[in-house]
Design a protein around this ligand. Sequence first.
Ligand SMILES: *Cc1c(COP(=O)(O)O)cnc(C)c1O
Length: 402
Amino acid sequence: MNDSYINSNYDRLPGSYLFSTIAHKIKEYQGIHPEADIIRLGIGDVTTPLIPEVIKAMHKAVDEMGVKDTFRGYGPEQGYDFLREAIVRGEYTARGIDMDPNDIFVSDGSKCDVANIQELFSEDVRIAIPDPVYPVYLDSNVMAGRTGTLQGDGHFSEVTYLASTAENDFQPDLPKNPVQLIYLCSPNNPTGTVLSRETLQKFVDYANKTGSLILFDGAYNCYIQDESLPHSIFEIPGARTCAIEFRSFSKTAGFTGVRCAYTVIPHELSKLHSMWNRRQCTKFNGVNYVTQRAAEAIYTPQGWKETTAVIKGYMDTAKLIRKELTAAGYTVFGGEHAPYIWWKIPDGEKSFDFFDRLLSTCQVVGTPGSGFGPCGEGYFRLTAFGDHERTKVALQRIKENL
Ligand SMILES: *Cc1c(COP(=O)(O)O)cnc(C)c1O
């Protein structure tokens, strides 16, 4: 086929995907040092198996699928009512937030939702993204031709970056120039920090005033340990006229391999609500029944108890990483309300150089901060998803050898 027929915006995507670069470096090291016992603290995937309550619900749903009277074919593209109602009860009513089940769109993942949502907007809208952040927001807009060209400083010419650093306490300022779409992620991947109520109110007020839209990714909301911190953008007055929220069962309940998430579009945003409905009905055929029953089971009293216990396990590991690195004299952020620890690299070393040094001196793997945006340079991401005892060993090596 003639290459001139392709979407050339793809050629603007920065290099290879961060994680494939890292995988390549690890493989190379393991090739030269086959005896090395590498500990991975870079992994952004859960490792604890599904809770018993979920497994029970899945078995039951599988059995229903094998019986004529209870077999189900295509379900509603927006998700079954039983799950949409369980989400409203468990996530919103429980926190004093009014929510209509019809505003919940169940899907097979937040990555796809957060990447697909941009197709509802015209090509010339300007986006603002936190820096650093989950790369999907930026890359999906690069593919759509909305970002201009990549500059020498790592910024795209037509994107507004919301710097989130230790200097501003990871509470970004409002965009300096007019934007129409604002992505926010709290708790943030990779920094593990949480946006305060004041910061969110500031963005909601800005969005309502300027007619812009906030795309709020709350994939890690269940990791927030302090009840007074905002878990949802819809806790903020005024959000229903200017915000869409993305949630996922991936990190909440270990569904990274099962696949279930949801997007909340308040009916106040009636045009976007009906456009997303049309988009999903045209391009998506729903999440399978067994998976939706599995997700529903998280909200039973027993399911919630088990889910909370798994999250507590990860947070105990996060606490350990924070404590040990701090005791060793390092500066760390995050890890209190998220499974991510954002490690300030000492002495101005570049984050990819630090990756190499950590691998060669400690056989420990993490993720270079620069892979998440220019402001991530000088930082390093560790995750609390790994085995607790292995993480202890890694921290011991860091204390002794780094
Ligand atoms: C893991 C993650 C998601 C979840 O993606 P799924 O497709 O639902 O697995 C969304 N946003 C962020 C920031 C994440 O880190």
